[in-house]
Ligand binder design. Structure first.
Ligand SMILES: CC(C)(COP(=O)(O)OP(=O)(O)OC[C@H]1O[C@@H](n2cnc3c(N)ncnc32)[C@H](O)[C@@H]1OP(=O)(O)O)[C@@H](O)C(=O)NCCC(=O)NCCS
Length: 296
């Protein structure tokens, strides 16, 4: 077995291998997304370039495994892209790749995340052997353009506006309360805003009561909902539905968008009901693992 870093000359081979294996539930790793365009954009978004963060395993010149790391020192977390292995000795290949990949994790990272389809039993065994507890089960829900149905809801009492800096403090407070341990801080979200990523705010009497952060990825022909949330005291009055409809209408106004997806905790009944009302269906159930500690 030969383990080598993914130099630029191996990049296309890496992409083909990931696209092929990731389409199989038994191998699927969530961080890569679905299909070639998703895989390419996930790799392009890595803070650690794949040439530094990804390792490849070869057996007799045949690519048999891929494992990558990405990490954000600001939130002290690493995301493990793999292991994706096609070999009779799955676990030995995965362990060798993991050992090599650990070297790419910068100092000061205290959490490592794994994220896979719940049918990926090899990864479940890998996680247990390496001390990664299950954190949550998440549903990946998808809306095909043709299935969009806007349910009846009361929207006139709220105004929906694009984010502007005067709302930063309210937005940050709300985001930290609703998603205290998530992957983007409020500051990171507002710094990402451009023609492909929008942050909609729901206002009542000039005060921010909810938000929706979503993006379009024309190359992947898709839209993605990162966060939608409503102040607890305001729930059940139609603001979530209003924010969701506004974001979906915008994402579908991009002619390339064929489908919209998101990941939500599988036991989040309120959110799943909201999405189902709009025509979203559960595509797969994912399992998230997180190992914590100063020595990870
Ligand atoms: C999910 C959330 C955004 C819904 O916001 P909301 O303003 O309360 O939603 P709405 O009042 O617009 O309700 C829309 C629909 O959602 C469903 N829903 C909302 N709250 C619900 C609950 N507690 N139980 C079951 N269904 C619920 C209903 O189908 C409702 O439509 P209906 O009243 O016509 O049946 C809100 O609960 C929230 O912020 N939760 C915490 C953050 C979160 O989990 N976000 C989603 C993960 S990305």
């Amino acid at each position: 077995m030969k383990i080598i870093p993914c130099g630029t000359e191996h990049f296309e081979e890496l992409v083909s291998f990931v696209v092929r294996l990731n389409s199989d539930d038994a191998h699927h790793i969530g961080f890569f997304g679905e299909g070639e365009a998703d895989v390419r954009s996930s790799l392009a978004e890595c803070l650690i370039p794949p040439a530094e963060g990804f390792q490849l395993a070869y057996d007799a010149e045949q690519l048999v495994g891929v494992f990558g790391v990405d990490a954000d020192p600001e939130i002290s977390r690493a995301w493990l892209f793999g292991p994706l292995v096609e070999h009779a000795d799955w676990h030995s290949v995965a362990d060798e790749l993991y050992a090599a990949s650990l070297k790419a994790i910068p100092d000061g990272i205290s959490e490592q995340d794994l994220f896979c389809d719940s049918k990926n039993s090899n990864l479940a065994d890998f996680a247990e052997r390496h001390g990664f507890p299950v954190r949550s089960e998440n549903a990946v829900v998808t809306l095909e353009r043709a299935d969009y149905k806007k349910p009846a809801f009361h929207e006139s009492q709220f105004s929906i506006v694009d984010y502007s800096p005067e709302f930063f403090e309210q937005f940050e407070r709300c985001h930290n309360l609703l998603f205290p341990t998530t992957y983007f801080t409020a500051r990171q979200i507002v710094e990402k805003l451009d023609s492909t990523r929008r942050l909609f705010l729901g206002l009542e009497n000039g005060s921010m009561k909810g938000y929706h952060f979503c993006k379009v990825e024309p190359d992947a022909r898709s839209g993605y909902i990162d966060f939608i949330g409503v102040d607890e005291a305001m729930r059940g009055r139609g603001l979530g539905a209003t924010l969701l409809a506004t974001g979906i209408d915008w994402m579908l106004s991009c002619p390339e968008t064929e489908r919209i997806s998101l990941t939500v905790n599988a036991d989040n009944v309120a959110a799943l009901k909201l999405y189902n009302n709009f025509g979203f269906v559960t595509e797969r159930v994912m399992r998230a693992y997180r190992k914590k500690g100063s020595n990870v």
